[in-house]
Structure formats: structure tokens, C-alpha cells
Ligand binder design. Sequence first.
Ligand SMILES: Nc1ncnc2c1ncn2[C@@H]1O[C@H](COP(=O)(O)OP(=O)(O)OP(=O)(O)O)[C@@H](O)[C@H]1O
Length: 567
Amino acid sequence: MRISPAAPAWAKPRRLLQSRHAIRGMGVLLLCILLSVGALGAMLAAPLLTMHVFDGVLQSRNGDTLLALGVAYALIVLLGGGLRYLRSALVSAATSAAGRRLQFQALGASVKGALAGDRTRGLAALRDAGEVQRLFGGAVASDLLDLMMVPAATWLLFVLHPYYGWLAIAGCVALGALGALADLTTRDLVRAASHQQARTVAALSGRLRSRDVVDGLGMLPAILRRWRPEAEQAIELGDAAHRRARAIQEIATFVSLTLQMAMICVGIWLVTYHRASPGSILASTMLAGMAASPVSRIVATWRDWSYGVVAWRRLSAFIRATDTPAPSPSPTPPVPGLQVEHLSLRTPDGLRTLVQDLDVTLAPGEVVGIRGPNGVGKSSLLRAILGIARPEAGCVRLDGEATDALPGRDGLTHRPSPIGYLPQGAQLLEGSVLDNIRRFSETAAEDAVVAAREVGAHDLIGRLTEGYATAAGHSAGLSGGQKQMVALARAFFGSPAMIVLDEPEAGLDAHLVGELRAAVARRRESGTIVLLVTHDPDSWHGIVTTWIDLSADGAWRLDTNAKGTSL
Ligand SMILES: Nc1ncnc2c1ncn2[C@@H]1O[C@H](COP(=O)(O)OP(=O)(O)OP(=O)(O)O)[C@@H](O)[C@H]1O
């Protein structure tokens, strides 16, 4: 658990830019730009053709020329539409792939956040990833590419007559200023609405997670009553931002229409004084529309931009915060067993010391019991040893490897973890009993059966309605003892070098406790380190080889002789 600045790849959004995704992304971007240039050329040709028809054919009255120009116009418009369609298909494929990667990053950070005790922000991170994906998955990316049209159409307007060009610049500047105004006037509201929304969703889902407590004590109406004003506040903030953005959008529509009208007026003036052809009036109106429309669209979708940017910033900050620095390599050659070196722990709020400078080395095959009064820090110590809670100081190594960098912690490594863990309250995940025991891996079902037999859970699972296929998890109908046995089988699954059990006998009858004792004794003989927290030291008499006694002031005492006798 010593800290160095390096971090796992998934946790760094910026690393996406350095990876092969970035190279592929650059290729896609280049292709999109080429398609946009093609579409842009076709679209710009349309007003010029219109001008030609108006000026040329009206004078020559040649029907064949009119037909040829009409067909050419249709083909050009068709080509432009086809190229734009190809571009939008490409953009949406690229953004959905990037969106999947982002969801994966958010999921990894969310799981890490949950392991560090911050489930609520993890949920918000997943929602933020959705918001960012919506931003780039929609028409927004295409709108950005369409901005190329602004200088191209303006340049053509200058070619027709500089007055047309200057007028288009004035219109686009006015629309751009409206975009900036939309940002200035809605930014704070959007940020507040987005944060408030994330807070209320997280708070509600956090409160509803303990379904039994909520149902059993009839707390749902009170919870919803408490949630409602918070949710309404988020909606009001969002509505206020929406109203302002909507007003600015209406002004933008007015500016666009005025620009077109002004083009016609300037055109009529130029034609009257023989400075431009009559056809230029039509062409300039079309070109002005082309120059203004990407800017107007961006102003119209400003709400998506604002929410997306706020979500992206919050998501990046969360990913950085959950980014566990990689441990520095061990300066000493790996020693088999568990080394807990000068470990100090405080409560998550930092107010109280739980363990002060614990220094202990356990050889393979040791069974260590942790005792102490309620709230003294036994579970916290286990979590620090597992590497899922950050200690105030010190480090923990299993067979020379820091436990906070073991396989699977980076969200990428598929190597099985060398640790088996039974947390307090079993904590089965949504899925079948089999999925839970084999830790959602693709390992053969027989291996899960071996683990279940080992802890004495096989017969109990056999009596479930669908055996190993029975649904487990929060919402499933397993009893407390059944959940505990499935979770125990999950902890013993595979060949972990260390098994960590938090109150393993909780909810088990005397027969199952006996099976569990025998399983731990067998693991001791095979060289597995077992750490267990218990409130019933007597039931581990003759199995535990060392006791760690914790006391409320953070002091600890090693008892290598007590062999399970109570305090
Ligand atoms: N999220 C948190 N914020 C603040 N304090 C916390 C938090 N989680 C745990 N604590 C405090 O840390 C202390 C140790 O908790 P821990 O669960 O490790 O105790 P324990 O010895 O396992 O208790 P028990 O025997 O009752 O299970 C407790 O006093 C608890 O109040």
C-alpha cells in the first residue's frame, strides 16, 4: 500500500488519447472531415447552380439547359445528402464505441468507489457517463463538423459581393454571441441542477437499498416525502436553465430570419445599382442560411452541451479520485505469507484511531482470529488487510505482492484473486448461486460444487428450488443462513492463498458451524492463511493459532498461546 504516482490505464481518460483507440479515432475523424468536405462542396454547388439557372436560363429561355441544370442540381443534392448520411453513420459508430469505453471506465471507477465505501457517487458516475454519451452520440458531433460550412459559405458570399460577405459575418457573430450569452446565463443553473439531480438519485437509491428495513418498518412514504422537495429543487433549477436557453434560442431564430431578409434587401439594392446579378439574391439567401444554421443548431442544443460538460468534469474528477496508485515494487525479495507492516488505521471520517502501528507476519497455514468489542475496528482491519480500505500508514503484502494491487483490482486483469473473502452480511450479488460461488467467472461448475462441499453448503444448496441455478443477490428469497453458506463457498472457491472471514459463524446452526470449523482446519493443513473476525472465540478453540486482540484506543495485542479461549 505504499504509494507511487503511477495509475492503472483504465482510470485515466487522458490515456485514451495515447492508446490505439486514439489512432483509430484520428482515422475516423480524418474520414469524417473528408466526407464533410465532400458534402460541403456539393451543398455549396447548389446555390451557385440556382444562380446560374436564374440568371442564365431566364435570359436564354432554353428548356434543354433548364432540364440539364435541374438534373445536375438533383444529383448534387443527392450526393451531398449521401455523403452526410455516411458521415453521420460513421460518427455514430465511433461515438457509441467511445461511449462503451467511457461506460466501462465509469463502471470500474464506480466499483472502486463502492469498495472504498462511496456507492452513491458511483451511481452518479454511471449516470454522468450516459449524459456524456448522449452529448456525443446525438447530432452534436455532426453539428461540430458542420461548422466548416461557416467560413466556406461566407467566402463564397464575399465572391458574390463583399456586402453579402460582411452581412453573413455580422449574422454569425450575433449568433455566436447568443451562444456565449446562453452559456453565461445558464452555466451556474445547469451545474446546480445537475449536481442536485445526481445527489437526489444517489440518496434515494441509497435509502431504498435496504428493502427489508424500508418495507418492514413502513418507511417508504417518509423516504419519498423527504426525497420530493430535493427532487423538485433539481427540476426547478433545470426548468429555469431551460427557460433561459429557450428564450435565447428564440432570439437566435429571429436573428437567422432577419439575416435572410437582410440578404434579400441588400441583394435588391445591389441588383438595382447593377452591382450583382438577380440570381445572386437567391444564392446569397441560401448561402447565408448554410453559414448560419450550424451556429444556430449549436445555440439550440446548448442545454445538452452544458449538461454534458458538467457531467464530463464530474466523471473525470471521480475517476481520478478512485484511481488507486500502483504500489512501488517491493525492495526486498518476496517472502511467502502475509506481512502487515506498521499498519495504522483511522475511521473513515478520520476522527478516531482504530489500529495503531500493527506489525505482524503470518506464515502459510496460520489461522488468525481477531477479537474485540463492537465497533473497535475488526472489520476495518480486515478491509485494510484486503487492500480495499486505505490505511493511514503502513502496507500489507501477500506473498510479496501489495494486497491493494492484486489481480482484478484494476478492472482488467482476469487472473483469479489469491484471496477469498466473506464480508459481513454475506453480500451476494444479483445472479445465480452458481454465479456467486464461482465469482462470475467461466470456471467449470464442478469447481463451485467442490467449494460448496468443502464448507458443507452442497446439501443445503441441493434443497433450494433450483439448486445451483437458484437466484441469489439482494432481491432473492434466500434465508440469512443460506446466503451465508453460499458466501462461504465463494470465499473458499479456487485455491486462495489467504481466506478472510468476517463473522463466518453468523446465522449458522451448530452443525454448519462444525462443518465450517473442519473446512478451516483442512485449509490450515494445506498451507492457506485464514484470518477471521469472531464474537464467539470459543467456537474456534483448537483451530485458531494466533489471536489479535484489539482495544478501543487503537492498541493491539498478539496472543499466540490462548488457542481460542475467550477474553
Ligand atoms: N463510513 C464510516 N464513517 C464513519 N465511521 C465509520 C464508518 N464505517 C465505520 N466507521 C466506524 O469505524 C469503527 C470501526 O468499525 P468496524 O465495522 O470496523 O468495527 P467492528 O469492530 O467490526 O464492529 P462490529 O463488531 O460491531 O462488527 C466504528 O466505530 C464505526 O463507527
